[in-house]
Design a binder for this molecule. Structure first.
Ligand code: 3H9
Length: 699
């Protein structure tokens, strides 16, 4: 049977009378690695050469059917047999083949079912083509076979959304042939017997023609261009699906070309970095080990953050006691949570019948003492150290031993907060991002004395809340806000020196950010930054160029952005327009500071902004605030709207190289040597020829 490169444990043949089973066992998710492909090839050859089996069923061991190609192999030279060849071999098998799906059949896994002569799924399983999410397209026949079985529209829907489809829907659309209950091996035996005796009909895609409609393809193409203007793979996906009008063999060639085109793009590398990064942040030792049991959570503060956090807990099925100091604030908090839950229902995140159950788990209270029985308290009040100190002092006297005391502070010193308690080992930072029930990032801030099980519980909670927990050490702003505080100044300097706010926004949106920094400021409220600047005015470094002059003048007019109808933009009618009065303010500030405005290209804007971001991110890695570069990347993808297809600031930095970044910083330093300083780490990397990816491997 299999040659030496495939252990029988990965792909093996089992015989049951006159039928044969091919069993794939490649934990954790049966990804189609080279060993699996080779094993399938060899077992099919062996069974066909023997010619005794009446039918073959392919099934998988473990928790799921095949989750697709082994993503770790991408970016390396492909080793034959490649998946499309294996799938053709399955389709061409003289002995009919049925695939038996349990768990999830994704990407190449679902494509293997499509190339089989029949497809049986176990109730509750799901199928999907998630390649779109990692910069690729179904490249093992999915773009050719699914349109043949289920029509162009369904194939476009599955391939462009990447959504997982329940088997009932897949059955209705003809993508599978039968849904049954049972154990995968038993179902495999029965299905093979049924295929052999004809009670399960074979449907071979090489015998079916696609019902083609150019108008459907044109509409899909227009849709992807409008929705994802930066991405290559959605257009290539439509192109490949359009090729399903051709004979299968010809369509397969076009699909392969489109797939390889996508494989070559930096977007594919960025999106796969994001896939593994999301998992890597919780793969660290600090996230593992014993945790404390969290049955009930107390949230202090019913403002936007506190209500969002409470909503997030309720959505995860965790009862919440919400504390406010005054009845009015409490009512407002409950109303916000109710509105958030209603929003979750309308967005399809919460079944309507679960909404009331979620609200029933909320206990509003004006008594801090009522926190005596909760397992974890999340404080989400004003960012003022004296207020936090007072609250944590009280909590120390109220909460039961072993309760975790967490602050949602976005920059304050967790060690100082912990120091007012007699149990600093139970204190940590859990920094949510607004809106807290939507944004997936959770910075888990480790204090000097935070106990290991408290930290691990932070990660376990992130998982329960379906968030991406990232470990951060204490510093002003932790990972994300500290880096933001630095590069945010670049946007202001660009405007002071000659660019318009709109040009800066448009350039960065062209790079892939969902919104430019001035549009974000208008959305979040310009008064927030204004208050921070006023609070920090006394500590301002006199050697630093002041970045807030224009924004201060805008706020002095009472223009705080969207909520006041005006900010950098004017919010009248459907499309916000640049605020002409801001242009006047900018002229005045430039004149007062003696600046002669100059022009910037969009490319220069992006280069300066990204270089500033990368410089501070490098310092954050260098001083250990972030454990590894990938942690910074995930903070930006999940909390700051960084374009996912670029993988994160430090993944992007690797595409430029440390030497180029040093060169840029040194050039900009000619203008402002205080702001533009080369981080030691970057200088060392430029000298060694190393990358942030290398540091990820070490970390
Ligand atoms: C493809 O198929 C291309 C073809 O069309 C054409 C080829 C020519 N490869 O997510 P989890 C690892 S592209 C390698 O924590 P869950 C994952 O990193 C592929 N490794 O579990 C993790 O490792 P670790 C299309 C993979 O239960 C472990 O498995 N398919 C792969 O929450 C457990 O994963 C996809 O894009 C893989 N394909 O979710 C499917 N998948 O423990 C991507 C997972 O070391 N996968 N790993 O951190 C998923 O969506 C989820 O992992 C899945 C399980 C739903 C399967």
């Amino acid at each position: 049977m299999a040659d030496g490169s495939t252990g029988p444990e990965v792909v093996s043949i089992e015989r049951e009378g006159d039928i044969a089973l091919i069993r794939i066992d490649n934990p954790p998710v049966n990804a189609s690695s080279h060993a699996v492909r080779q094993g399938l090839w060899n077992t099919l050859e062996e069974l066909n050469a023997e010619g005794t089996a009446k039918a073959i069923a392919i099934y998988c061991a473990g928790r799921t059917f095949m989750a697709g190609a082994d993503i770790k192999e991408f970016g390396k030279p492909s080793k034959p047999p490649v998946m499309p060849e294996v799938h053709s071999k399955i389709e061409q098998s003289a002995i009919p083949v049925v695939s038996v799906i349990h768990g999830t059949a994704l990407g190449g896994g679902f494509e293997m079912a499509l190339c089989s002569h029949a497809r049986v799924a176990i109730k509750g399983s799901r199928v999907g083509l998630p390649e779109i999410l990692i910069g690729l397209l179904p490249g093992a026949g999915g773009t050719q076979r699914l349109p043949r079985l289920s029509g162009l529209e369904f194939a476009l829907d599955m391939s462009l959304s990447g959504r997982q489809v329940g088997v009932a829907e897949a059955l209705e659309k003809g993508a599978i042939d039968r849904v049954v209950e049972g154990d995968p091996r038993d179902v495999a035996v029965h299905s093979a017997r049924d295929l052999a005796d004809g009670s399960l009909a074979a449907r071979r895609t090489d015998k079916i023609e696609t019902v083609y409609d150019q108008a459907v393809i044109d509409a899909a193409l227009a849709g992807v261009k409008a929705r994802s203007p930066h991405l290559v793979n959605p257009v290539k996906t439509v192109e490949a699906i359009a090729a399903s009008r051709l004979p299968l063999e010809e369509g397969m060639k076009i699909e392969r070309q489109c797939f390889m085109d996508c494989m070559e793009t930096p977007q594919r590398a960025g999106l796969i970095h994001a896939f593994f990064g999301e998992r890597a942040v919780s793969g660290i030792a600090e996230a593992k080990g014993p945790t404390r049991d969290i049955q009930k959570i107390g949230v202090i503060g019913g403002g936007t953050m506190g209500s969002g956090i409470a909503t997030s807990c309720l959505l995860a099925g965790i009862p919440v006691r919400l504390i406010e100091v005054a009845a009015e604030g409490l009512e407002r908090g409950v109303a916000t949570i109710t509105k958030n839950l209603d929003g979750a229902v309308s967005r399809g995140k919460l079944p309507a019948d679960k909404r009331d159950a979620a609200i029933a788990m909320l206990e509003p209270s004006l008594e801090m003492d009522s926190l005596a029985d909760v397992d974890l308290v999340l404080e989400a009040v004003f960012e003022q150290m004296d207020v936090k100190r007072e609250i944590f002092g009280k909590l120390d006297g109220i909460c039961k031993p072993g309760a975790i005391l967490a602050s949602n502070t976005s920059y304050l010193d967790i060690n100082e907060i912990a120091s007012v308690t007699s149990r600093p080992q139970d204190v940590l930072g859990l920094h949510f991002f607004s809106p807290a029930h939507v944004m997936r990032l959770l910075e888990i801030v480790q204090g000097e004395k935070t106990a290991p099980d408290v930290l691990a519980t932070g990660f376990a909670l992130a998982k329960r809340l379906k968030k991406v927990g990232v470990l951060a050490q204490v510093c002003d702003g932790f990972i994300g806000n500290r880096i933001l505080a630095h590069y945010g100044k670049t946007a202001s300097y660009l405007v002071l020196d000659g660019a318009s706010p709109q040009q800066v926004d448009d350039a960065l949106e062209g790079f892939g950010f969902a919104m430019g920094p001035h549009r974000v400021g208008d959305l979040a409220g310009l008064d927030i930054g204004w208050m921070t600047r006023k609070r920090k005015a006394a500590d301002r470094d006199p050697a630093e160029r002041y970045a807030g002059a224009v924004a201060d003048r805008i706020c002095e007019n009472g223009w705080f952005g969207r909520k006041s109808g005006k900010g950098y933009y004017v919010y009248e009618g459907s499309t916000p327009q640049p605020n002409p009065e801001v242009a006047t303010i900018i002229d005045e500030v430039r004149a007062a500071e003696g600046i002669t405005p100059r022009s910037f290209t969009d490319e220069e804007i992006v280069d300066r902004y990204m270089t500033a971001m990368i410089a501070e991110a490098a310092r954050v890695v260098e001083d250990g605030t972030a454990k590894r570069p990938v942690d910074v990347d995930m903070v930006f993808l999940f909390g700051y709207g960084f374009p996912r297809f670029r993988g994160g600031p430090l993944h992007y930095a690797d595409t430029l190289g440390a030497a180029e970044l040093v060169r840029r910083i040194e050039a900009y330093a000619q203008e402002d040597p205080h702001y533009w300083q080369v981080p030691d780490l970057l200088r060392k990397m430029a000298a060694d020829g190393t990358s942030f990816a290398d540091l990820n491997k070490e970390g």
